[in-house]
Design a protein around this ligand. Structure first.
Ligand code: MRU
Length: 335
């Protein structure tokens, strides 16, 4: 069973603090939207679908919390705060807008809001299952894959996006799949989270530095690169974790498929192309420091874009719960 980033237990909303993985598994209680906004901003919960679900559950918790004043106004304000925490993943604003729509039509009824949050969660769980099947169907004989960041159960409401596809391929070709996971500088989601998930699944996996990817793809006969997405523009440009564009270029050079796996809730038809996607800029200290230790000369300026945009032309296929849309650049074996 895949790992879950969130739990509802006897009316309590609990979150697995991903900043502490893999060293320790600590569940923290979230009492309302302010707690969740802090948790999302600090990446205690992260991954595009998971932060949408987390925000929805937090708004439901907020509606239940005791307190006076206009509850709808409180929820609207909380929704704006949650959306502001991470601008790139469209799943977050979409889930919040959906919850606020229910809040308006139900006069902020806590039960209606909890039902909606659970529906968003369940839809993503079902999407994970469908994406795993459609994605695995693309690969007939391939066994050696490289992936980036964390796109497993920790990042979604179900088994994941790209990592769920790899897990499904491993299930189909029992014992024959090997995975290379990039460490994913600067916050190390690949090293800390993906390798932890793959070990739980019993899938052989190795960690590589981000900058080793080209060498590894060329010398280890990698047969496919699979990643998730935070927002996909109308023309198919893909915003995903910083370093994704480099991997797409490597895949093109090596002549192997570069596959993006994301639920329909990550598609953003309102943004015509990647240039319209806001890229989250995070604190420079995440780059200049490693666990509190300064790496560079004191005060060195640094840039820390959290995502990049891969042009649609470099994407071999986009897999959603509805199926795979193949691009013109790679010939998958006929299905
Ligand atoms: O900054 P993060 O850890 O939230 O970034 C996550 C990613 O970039 C994932 O690839 C993306 O959200 C898709 S995961 C299902």
């Amino acid at each position: 069973m895949s790992v879950e980033p969130l739990r509802l237990e006897a009316g309590r909303l609990l979150l697995l603090d991903q900043t502490r993985l893999p060293r320790e598994e600590v569940w923290v209680e979230i009492h309302g939207a302010a707690d969740m906004a802090e948790a999302i901003a600090e990446l205690r919960v992260r991954g595009a679908p998971a932060i949408g679900i987390a925000a929805a559950l937090a708004l439901a918790a907020e509606a239940r919390a005791p307190g006076g004043g206009d509850r709808l106004e409180t929820l609207e304000r909380a929704g704006r705060t949650l959306i502001g925490t991470r601008p790139t993943a469209v799943n977050l604003s979409r889930a919040v807008e959906r919850m606020l729509g229910v809040a308006r039509s139900s006069r902020a009824d806590p039960e209606a809001l909890e039902a909606e949050a659970r529906a968003i969660w369940e839809e993503d769980r079902a999407a994970s299952r469908a994406m795993a099947t459609h994605g695995a169907d693309l690969f007939r004989d391939e066994r050696r894959f490289l992936t980036h960041c964390n796109t497993g159960g920790l990042a979604t409401g179900g088994g994941g996006t790209a990592l769920a596809v790899i897990t499904e391929i491993a299930r189909r070709r029992r014992g024959e799949v090997e995975v290379w996971a990039t460490e994913t500088r600067p916050l190390l989601q690949g090293a800390r989270l993906t390798l932890w998930e793959l070990r739980r699944e019993g899938i052989p996996a190795r960690m590589v530095t981000d900058s080793a990817a080209a060498q590894v793809v060329q010398t280890r006969a990698i047969q496919g690169i699979l990643v998730g997405a935070d927002r996909i523009a109308r023309n198919g440009d893909v915003a995903n974790k910083i370093g994704t564009l480099t991997l797409a270029l490597i895949a093109r050079h090596a002549g192997i498929p570069f596959v993006v796996v994301a639920p329909e809730s990550t598609l953003d038809p309102g943004t015509p192309n990647g240039s319209g996607i806001t890229i989250e800029e995070r604190s420079a200290s995440e780059v200049t420091h490693l666990q509190g230790v300064e790496l560079a000369p004191e005060g060195v300026p640094a840039e820390n874009p959290a995502f990049d945009v891969t042009p649609a032309g470099l994407v071999s296929a986009i897999v959603t719960e509805r199926g795979a849309r193949r691009g013109p650049t790679y010939d998958f074996a006929p299905g």
